[in-house]
Design a protein around this ligand. Structure first.
Ligand code: PLP
Length: 396
């Protein structure tokens, strides 16, 4: 089992599907025409870009002309929030978001605060969820945008998007959702969910990296994000990345087609892993709501030890996973999401995120469960915190 990597970090990125690569290759080779040109080589690129746009639109029940390509999910988030803020500042300067958003949203909101905007960061409960009442109560006469993530990248919690959309619509406030983790995993209908803007990124559902899109409902007033040529109907300049766009289209087509079957598989792997860890390892805590979470997400804190140490030891056993204590900002602070759900620093530091994808198998979970209890036990034996617990006889 040790000769190949067991990849349990599908929330970070996914392995591109062979079929996606096959569709992309001609556009990296002989079909290299610039989509903005009028000769046939360029027109062919344009045609395939429009086909991809249509597939993406269909997957969320939008119209093709409402899909705008970007360079990443991060860019889509930046554009949605700044674009709405700057284009509508005559109406108001207040934005509502949550405290557990991805940094693509949080840092964008903080940047806007420096420029005269006011942002409410709604706190979440211990399961990582907000309520529609919180959103309703946060609305002020100057609120112009509600930006709330569909599903969290760390603890997998799925927010009540339908209800939030309804409130936004009733109050005539724009509603943006960062659906980077949800897209391809959860069925999305922008009409039923009253979503006005939605961010997506292809590398999270077996497509290429460096290509995202923003859904912008027709009639929404938003400023363009990158100035230059007339690409993307003058809203997002820059020569189209044809190969990546075509790959994006194929990836979402496959994900949408297989969504139910994949969900079933992921749920099975997720629930078995949670059950087994709970059964075999003491002093643990599942982070995020047990039910309202992404089908492939497991996030568990192991008391008395460091998530980073678990990761290194798993890596030595050929397993790639993630921890909630990655020092993203160069400091050793644990993840803001884990702190926001109320975990004390030392427990947040001991967290492990396992995110399953289409390629994972039950045998891989068996292997994880062969090695993980031992790794945790070994690390705990070296932990002065655990030493104290043993002295106090808190363990069995
Ligand atoms: N939003 C969420 C919820 C994410 O999980 C990510 C990526 O991890 C992003 C935004 C950023 O997407 P990208 O990697 O395409 O910039």
């Amino acid at each position: 089992m040790n000769d190949k990597i067991i990849y349990f970090d599908n929330a970070a990125t996914t392995q591109m599907k062979e079929e996606v690569l096959e569709e992309m290759l001609p556009f990296l080779k002989e079909k290299y025409g610039n989509a903005s040109t009028i000769y046939s080589l360029g027109r062919e690129s344009k045609k395939y870009i429009e086909e991809a746009r249509e597939k993406i639109a269909n997957s969320i029940f939008a119209k093709s002309k409402e899909i705008f390509f970007t360079g990443s999910g991060t860019e889509s988030d930046n554009w949605a929030i700044k674009g709405i803020a700057y284009a509508n500042k005559n109406k108001g300067n207040h934005i509502i978001t949550t405290s557990i958003e991805h940094h693509a949203v949080l840092n964008t909101c903080q940047e806007l605060e420096k420029n005269g905007f006011e942002v409410t960061y709604l706190p979440v409960n211990e399961n990582g969820l907000i309520t529609k009442e919180q959103v309703k109560n946060a609305i002020k006469p100057n609120t112009i945008l509600i930006s709330i993530m569909f599903a969290n990248n760390e603890i997998g919690t799925i927010q009540p998007i339908n209800e939030i959309g309804k409130i936004a619509r009733e109050n005539k406030i724009f509603f943006h959702t960062d659906a980077v983790q949800a897209m391809g995993n959860i069925p999305i209908n922008v009409n039923e969910m009253s979503i006005d803007l939605l961010s997506m990124s292809a590398h999270k559902f077996y497509g290429p990296k460096g290509i995202g899109a923003l859904y912008i409902r027709t009639g929404i007033k938003i400023s363009s994000f990158i100035q230059g040529g007339a690409q993307e109907r003058g809203k997002r300049a820059g020569t189209e990345n044809t190969a990546n766009i075509v790959g994006f289209g194929k990836a979402i087509e496959l994900a949408t087609l297989n969504i139910e079957q994949n969900n079933k598989k992921l749920l099975d792997l997720r629930d078995r892993t949670i059950e087994e860890i709970t059964k075999k390892i003491p002093f643990i805590k599942l982070n995020g709501d047990r039910q309202k979470r992404l089908p492939g997400n497991v996030n568990i804190s192991f008391e008395f030890i460091e998530g980073e140490s678990i990761l290194l030891m798993l890596d030595m056993k050929g397993i790639a996973a993630s921890s909630g204590s990655a020092c993203t900002s160069g400091s050793l602070d644990p993840s803001h999401v884990l702190l926001e759900i109320g975990l004390p620093h030392e427990i947040a530091h001991g967290s492990l995120r396992i995110t399953f994808g289409n390629n994972n198998t039950h045998e891989e979970v068996d292997y994880l469960m062969d090695v993980l209890p031992d790794i945790v036990a070994k690390l705990r034996e070296m932990s002065p915190l655990y030493e104290n617990v043993k002295k106090e006889k808190r363990y069995v």
